[in-house]
Design a protein around this ligand. Structure first.
Ligand SMILES: Cc1ncc(COP(=O)(O)O)c(C=O)c1O
Length: 459
């Protein structure tokens, strides 16, 4: 049923999506919280999809949406890019798992090393979470040191050593189920607290500093290149391994990731998402001497020094096929430039709408990302593109639009044919300028509707 203009956003959403609603009720019977990833949770219920192509995906209720989730950032080329689909289909016919090596895994490692030259050796994993977990273990084994430093708000997956400081108030408590002993091995620092960072690194027991070089949560909390240079210098001086978590920024900020874009070269790099062309997979790579702790050598070394790394789906043939096809396409800088241009136009267009409608809010981001805040202002909102919102607490930037405003924005945008991701999105090489115009119109209509419903009065 088409939405009626006198309905509230929520009532229209119920009317537009009866099949999604029914599927969610069914999911709740057997799947905790009804969704299979925390960020897919949405009130009153999430949308279910049945197909996708290019920049669009289609709900079970037959609505086509311009998609900005893009496989949580995995789909740099949009849905169903033919070269990737064909490579996967061909490999599926030849075999999905040999329980043995295959040439595509070597070709995949070669592609990665060609695009990211700081990666001299690469080890495959099944996800980004596994990539950062293994990266930390490698760094601990290489240095013989127990602790890892990470930054407030930075996300490195969900394993026990990654979660500390991941959500407000960004400390090491309130992570039920995670042993305190694991949390105690993680030092959470604020990027602007260089004295604390220096002091901690000088203790000599920190194996690695891990950082999202794009700034936390794909540039929601921006970081300066100067800061990256500072931690590069400090880690060099203290013999600490510097790990860039490029799970999202890899192959997106530039063909060689954020490290190519900023010229700061880490010792190790964690990859996932785009690296596997939209299929499950990840990788951790870096300096040959550090990665050497994975090698088999003599019996004494193997027993005492070699780290353990099995994994049934490491370098799965299907993921390798998709990864090779995707990275072959990703080496043309025009790909990243196009996606970034689409995001820039969205950031600019959305900020124009916010200023025109006189709503508290701002939209920011870098490369091919955009983040939305509503109900709170920044001091440098000029109705234009924005990278670094000023006068806003870092935790506000990290979280973005959320709660009731966040749900209403998601619901309202979907009614206008747009699917957001978390508090923003990531356009792909498949998004067109027409998609962008339609997206800005959708934002305009949604904010108007939210305003009419008085949602900003409560903010
Ligand atoms: C920067 C970063 N690191 C690690 C991860 C974890 O990757 P995965 O979801 O593949 O485990 C993510 C996932 O969103 C991420 O954004």
């Amino acid at each position: 049923m088409p939405p009626q203009s006198n309905q509230t956003i929520e009532a229209a959403y119920f009317a537009r999506n009866p099949k999604s609603h029914a599927l969610y009720q069914r999911a709740l019977e057997g799947i905790p919280r009804g969704v299979t990833h925390d960020v897919r949770y949405l009130e009153p219920f999430p949308l279910y999809m049945e197909e996708a192509s290019g920049s669009r995906k289609t709900t079970v209720d037959g609505q086509e949406l311009i998609d900005y989730a893009m496989g949580h950032g995995a789909l740099l080329f949009g849905h169903g890019r033919s070269e990737i689909v064909e490579a996967v289909a061909e490999q599926a016919r030849r075999g999905t798992h040999y329980g043995a090596g295959h040439e595509l895994e070597i070709a995949w490692s070669e592609r990665i090393r060609a695009l990211v030259p700081s990666i001299e050796r690469v080890e495959f994993t099944a996800s980004g979470t596994e990539a950062t977990m293994l990266g930390m273990r490698i760094a601990r084994a290489h240095t013989g040191r127990p602790r890892v430093m990470k930054f407030a708000g930075h996300f490195h997956g969900w394993h026990d050593y990654a979660v500390a400081g991941g959500r407000p108030p960004f400390d090491t408590s309130h992570y039920p189920g995670v042993p305190q002993q694991a949390l105690d091995t993680v030092v959470v620092a604020w990027p602007d607290d260089i004295d604390f960072i220096t002091h901690q690194l000088e203790q000599g027991d920190i194996a690695a500093v891990i950082v999202e070089p794009s700034g936390a949560s794909w540039s929601a909390m921006p970081l300066s290149d100067d800061f990256l240079r500072q931690i590069r210098r400090l880690t060099e001086q203290t013999g600490t391994v510097l790990i860039f978590d490029e799970v999202i920024s890899g192959f997106r900020w530039a063909p060689g990731g954020k490290q190519e874009a900023c010229g700061v070269i880490p010792d190790m790099t964690a990859l996932a998402k785009i690296v596997a062309g939209g299929l499950p997979g990840g990788a951790i790579g870096g300096r040959a001497d550090i990665m050497g702790v994975l090698e088999f050598r003599d019996a004494a070394w193997n027993r005492e020094k070699k780290i353990i790394h099995p994994g049934t789906f490491n370098a799965s043939p299907l993921s390798a096929a998709a990864g090779v096809a995707c990275l072959t396409l990703a080496e043309a800088p025009a790909v990243q430039a196009h996606a970034a241009e689409m995001a820039k136009r969205i950031r600019t267009g959305f900020n124009e709408v916010i200023v025109r409608q006189d709503i508290p809010g701002f939209v920011w981001g870098e490369s091919s990302t955009f983040h939305i805040m509503l109900g709170q202002s920044c001091t440098n909102q000029r109705g234009d593109d924005l990278h670094l919102p000023e006068g806003v607490a870092p935790e506000v930037l990290r979280v973005g639009v959320s709660g009731r405003l966040g749900y209403a924005l998601h619901l309202g945008m979907s009614l206008e044919g747009v699917a957001l991701f978390q508090e923003g999105g990531m356009p792909s090489a498949a998004h067109t300028i027409e998609d962008v115009y339609r997206t800005i119109e959708a934002f305009d209509t949604t904010l108007r509707r939210m305003k009419t419903e008085g949602l900003f009065n409560e903010a």
